[in-house]
Design a protein around this ligand. Structure first.
Ligand code: PAF
Length: 312
């Protein structure tokens, strides 16, 4: 199988390196920047964490034509870059290519469907923690499960094959007939944690140590759950607040992906997490004042960090 991982960020490098290391498949990393791709193809991907540190040789390029048609494309770019990534993979996608998104938030499947049609698109969620340390250098911050599935619930042989290859690479992967439930169950967790960590600069666990912060988390989650109920989506857990708090404890020393973005002066995925809750709620006439404030604050912090970098 020829597998292309799109986006050499923390998750993209982690997945590409383990696929290369533990399977016999042909693995490529597709980047938007030629100089970064060149560095990765020269130096490989350096992994820290369980079993590491070690370096894996990697085929990396910014020119999709170098890769050719792939059997599987795994989208690992930040959600705000999905549309650009779709334009960048036209030369490696055929009628038979599976296109899997393992990105945070909601909205990515729709963007992929708009470009390629739903038949080729596979939705997915992974709970592996990864921290970006620099070009081609990541730390595996914690193991988690991975679930993939078709939006229409069909379990095809091709999906089982994708789950099999990910599992072989060390990403224990299940196939779900209700992938919406899996995606929204993760979204609720990210809604409660990510924006608050980005605003307060706290690690996930520390959010629970401040009563005011904990209260805001509960309110943001309660608003999101109203949307879930109205959309008749079944969550994978009974008590969403307890679930978010338990993820805070289980990942207590994690710097969330959104706080990592703020600390590196990068755009965040707020529009695909709390911002997505606000948009979905508006269409259903559900008020979401807490998620609106969280979204506006994160956008303000993004803008002020960018302005400070420009002034330097
Ligand atoms: O986005 C993240 O950082 C992760 O999804 C989570 C679960 C909040 C842990 O840090």
């Amino acid at each position: 199988m020829k597998i292309t991982v799109v986006g050499p960020g923390a998750l993209g490098c982690l997945i590409a390196a383990h696929l290369k290391n533990k399977t016999k498949e042909e693995i490529w990393l597709l980047d938007e920047f030629a100089d970064r791709a060149r560095k990765i193809s020269l130096d490989g991907v350096r992994l820290e964490g369980p079993g590491g540190p070690f370096t894996v040789k990697m085929n990396a390029t910014a020119n999709a034509k170098d890769i050719g048609i792939s059997d599987l494309v795994i989208i690992c770019v930040k959600s705000y870059s999905t549309d650009d990534a779709c334009k960048g993979i036209k030369d490696i996608v055929s009628e038979k290519t599976g296109i899997l998104t393992l990105q945070n938030g909601i909205g990515n499947v729709q963007i992929l469907n708009d470009h390629f049609g739903p038949d080729r698109v596979i939705a997915g969620v992974t709970n592996h923690g990864s921290t970006y340390m620099g070009t081609g250098h990541v730390r595996h911050a914690g193991k988690g499960d991975t679930t993939i599935g078709k939006a229409d619930g069909r379990v095809l042989g091709a999906i089982r094959e994708v789950a099999g290859v990910l599992t072989k690479a060390g990403f224990e992967t299940k196939v779900s007939r209700d992938i919406d439930s899996v995606v929204w169950s993760k979204l609720i967790v990210n809604t409660g944690i990510n924006a608050l960590t980005a605003i307060t600069c706290l690690n996930n666990g520390a959010l629970l140590e401040h009563e005011g912060c904990r209260q805001i988390m509960r309110s943001a989650v309660q608003e999101a759950v109203k949307v879930v109920k109205r959309k008749r989506i079944k969550l994978m857990y009974d008590d969403p607040i307890q679930k978010v708090e338990s993820v805070c404890r289980a990942t207590s020393s994690n710097v969330s992906s959104m706080l990592q973005d703020i600390l590196s002066n990068n755009k965040t995925e707020i529009d695909f997490i709390n911002g997505a809750i606000v948009r979905q709620a508006k269409a259903l006439n559900i008020p979401t004042p807490v998620n609106e404030v969280l979204t506006s604050l994160v956008k303000t912090i993004e803008e002020s960090c960018k302005a400070r970098v420009r002034e330097k």
